[in-house]
Design a protein around this ligand. Structure first.
Ligand code: URA
Length: 269
């Protein structure tokens, strides 16, 4: 896995392995990053599962946490102390942008101002739900890039109840003006006479995609909530509130972005 680049990590003529007295012990750094106890981290290092700056790590190694590129089983481990990842439950009405010339309420107003973070991907102003806000450029790039196609699950309340044929169309692909949608997972989770709730999981991130898919089969969306991004779910986080992602969630996001990249490269055609 080549992974996203961290330009400064290659500066200088020595590697972190050649600078044994600098930096912090790797097992301590891994433990702080939520990988496991120091003992468990030592075992991972001894098993050859940890790589620092492209070289398999050794016990006793020290690392510069601001610059080292560390992976466990090929998945990046974020160790820089100034890198943050927030999970925001975006309420209806907030615009997903880093700055709004029209001065409308934005997602930036709902999270701390320092360190400065950015929304990853976007939700429509009238869509609610989970959005990652971070200053981790590597993760943001991976999640936002269409080739990585991390799953996003939505709860869509729609007018009427789709027929089995309409559900099949939503699953297999809907012809939109920017092309046919990729296969999606679609289930009716609730029926209430003249309306229903659908769980829709897509891998793409086209503009107003779920709304346009539902419009196309004749069931306009009346409420749309994003309830999952890759492995990240949170049914407790109130609208307008944020919390830090756990180290396991950050790893899960990296892992799902990198695994879908690998799946895509293996896919025929
Ligand atoms: N699909 C939509 O239609 N809107 C969103 O905000 C996200 C996905």
């Amino acid at each position: 896995m080549s992974g996203p680049s961290r330009p400064n990590s290659k500066l200088g003529s020595t590697t972190s392995a050649e600078r044994p007295r600098e930096g912090e012990r790797l097992q301590k750094v891994l433990a702080r990053a939520g990988i496991g106890s120091r003992r468990a981290s030592e075992e991972l290092i001894a098993a050859g599962r940890v790589v620092v700056d492209g070289t398999t790590a050794v016990l006793g190694q020290r690392v510069d946490t601001q610059h080292a590129r560390i992976t466990l089983d090929g998945v990046p481990v974020v160790v820089a102390s100034d890198v943050v990842h927030w999970l925001l439950n975006k309420p209806v009405g907030a615009v997903t942008t880093a700055s709004d010339p029209q001065r409308r309420a934005t997602v930036m107003d709902l999270v701390p101002t320092t360190p400065r973070v950015f929304p990853v991907g976007r939700l429509d102003r009238d869509t609610e739900g989970l959005i990652v806000m971070t200053n981790d450029g590597d993760l943001a790039q991976l999640l936002a890039h269409p080739s990585h196609g991390v799953e996003k699950e939505y709860l869509a309340e729609v007018e009427g109840v789709p027929t089995p044929a309409e559900v099949r169309t939503l699953r297999e692909g809907v012809d939109l003006d920017d092309g046919r949608t990729s296969p999606a997972s679609v289930r009716i989770v609730q029926q209430r006479g003249d309306s229903s709730a659908l769980s829709i999981t897509i891998h793409e991130g086209r503009k107003r995609q779920v709304r346009r898919m539902c419009d196309a089969v004749g069931h306009p969306v009346v409420r749309l909530v994003r309830v999952r991004i890759g492995p990240v779910v949170d049914r407790q986080l109130p609208p307008g509130k944020w919390r830090p992602l756990t180290p396991a969630e950050v790893r899960g996001l990296y892992a799902s972005a990198l695994s879908t990249q690998n799946d895509a490269s293996k896919a025929p055609g």
